[in-house]
Design a protein around this ligand. Structure first.
Ligand SMILES: [Mn+2]
Length: 493
């Protein structure tokens, strides 16, 4: 679904969820601006029992000129109703009758959707999604600085002051928007009401500490989700606390924030585990993450579910440090690697020697400097990672054939001096695996966290059915191959 499909409708209403937050307001604002650029009239409303009270949101509406109207008794039946930052028919948005419905959202898809929809639940804010759709339609949100500032603030508040951002599209928007910094600072500094300050204090008094695995669970009253970030950031500074989960339960959702300073616990992985099969989701990175759960999916209070899942989480993994582990290969099956074609990019083909660059992929950002030996590999799964020439030539043969592949987010490189961005794929050539290497492997019977010999502060997770694999010629070169891919890469000897 694209924005231009909306232009054929006459009477258009945009509605965000009841009790709007900054992301909902910015998203509706973005669509209003898009329609104005196309000389179309539209209305932007929110409904529900409460008119906006929070001072940062009032400030946002006034200073950034958000054209939103509180319209609790709306009775018109528009030709097109677009719901933003929520899904039509859900509990958190008062139902408005309409001839046609469209949904733009970044939450987990909860129902069979009525009509058109664009839902990207991997993205940090609905503002990012609207920003992307507007650019796709050929407009530049930076043409309106107030809108750009609103979009930035939408992402900022939905990702706990940007700390839980993980998707490259969110980063692209952060880097690109030209904003009024002063307005952001003002809004950030009137974010919490005195009542919420009290909620923060009360929540911290009621912590639950688990000494065996050094984690804290803190329940707060329903509040602005940013409070959860404040609580968990603060609580993690406590000695002997390695992981903290702060949450609240409201009738509409359970929200939680996860913080970890333990290298054995990636916050985003734990967040995803807490929300698994509970109608929500999690996002973030190793140190900070957040997520939500749909209360309808819970069979008991959120507190019990979260406590139980934490126990399960700590019980489920076997941790392997490849550097000082020798696997018993006599019990493992020997396999031979099947020849593969992969992609590679010589960085000096993209930017001149010595250029400081930022490489952005779905897996994250890497900052480096272009040197003579630097290449990028593009793996079978589309994963992109830097590799040095000698390592590349020891396992692969270079060819002059172009390499093509489709990506959810196409990897790109930014020149950190000039800001120029280039896509990687036009420079990609095919490489082929050289010779055969022998490995030993066995399917995992228990989930594993593996610290490879090269990654000491980051682990790879393997699930039941994935293969624990070790090279025959290097007993510490242990890695995990996804179960579904193993037979593509290896054959029995
Ligand atoms: Mn949102």
């Amino acid at each position: 679904m694209e924005l231009k499909e909306f232009l054929k409708y006459k009477n258009i209403v945009i509605q965000c969820h009841d009790n709007p937050d900054a992301d909902a307001l910015a998203s509706g604002y973005a669509l209003m601006w898009y329609f104005a650029q196309n000389k179309k009239e539209a209305r932007f409303i929110y409904r529900g029992r409460n008119e906006i009270q929070k001072s940062n949101l009032k400030m946002m509406i006034k200073e950034l000129e958000v054209p939103v109207k509180y319209d609790p008794f709306f009775t018109d039946e528009p030709d097109l109703l677009i719901t933003v930052d929520c899904q039509y028919g859900q509990k958190n948005i008062t139902t408005t009758k309409a001839k046609r419905v469209a949904i733009i959202d970044h939450h987990q898809k909860v129902t069979t959707l009525p009509g058109m929809a664009r839902i990207r639940s991997d993205i940090g804010s609905c503002s990012t999604l609207c920003w992307d759709m507007i650019r796709e339609a050929g407009f530049n949100p930076n043409d309106n600085r107030l809108l750009a500032t609103a979009l930035y603030y939408g992402l900022y508040t939905d990702t706990n002051r940007l700390s839980e951002v993980s998707h490259p599209l969110d980063r692209d928007m952060m880097d690109t928007l030209v904003i009024n910094k002063g307005t952001i600072t003002e809004m950030v500094n009137s974010n919490i009401s005195l009542d919420e300050l009290q909620i923060t204090g009360k929540a911290i008094l009621n912590y639950e500490y688990h000494a065996s695995n050094k984690y804290l669970v803190i329940e707060a009253e329903a509040c602005d989700p940013c409070i959860l970030g404040v609580i968990s950031d603060f609580a993690l500074e406590t000695e002997n606390v390695d992981v903290c989960v702060a949450f609240y339960q409201s009738p509409y959702e359970v929200k939680f924030s996860v913080r970890s300073c333990s290298k054995e616990v990636h916050a985003d992985e734990l967040a995803a585990f807490l929300a698994e099969d509970l109608g929500g989701g999690g996002g973030g990175h190793n140190l900070k993450a957040g997520g939500s759960i749909q209360p309808d999916y819970l069979k008991k209070p959120a507190r019990e579910t979260i406590e139980e899942r934490l126990v399960q989480y700590y019980d489920r993994y076997l941790v392997i440090y490849a550097k000082n582990t020798k696997l018993n290969t006599s019990k493992m099956q020997a396999y031979e690697k099947i020849a593969q074609s992969l992609g590679c990019v010589k960085l000096t083909d993209v930017f001149p020697l010595g250029t400081p660059i930022n490489i952005r992929t779905l897996e994250g950002d890497v900052d480096t400097v272009v040197d003579k030996e630097a290449y990028l590999m593009i793996g079978v799964e589309g994963e992109v990672y830097p590799i040095k020439e000698n390592k590349l030539l020891s396992s692969y043969q270079l060819t002059n054939f172009v390499f093509t592949r489709e990506f959810e987010y196409e990897p790109r490189i930014k020149n950190r001096v000039t800001g120029e961005v280039k896509f990687v794929m036009p420079y990609a050539k095919t490489v082929r695996t050289l010779g055969t290497s022998i490995v030993f492997a066995q399917p995992l019977k228990q989930p594993v966290k593996l610290f490879t010999a090269w990654t000491e502060d980051k682990y790879y997770s393997g699930d039941v059915g994935d293969y624990l694999t070790v090279r025959a010629d290097d007993e510490h070169d242990i890695y995990i191959v996804k179960g579904a891919l193993f037979n593509k890469f290896y054959k029995r000897r």
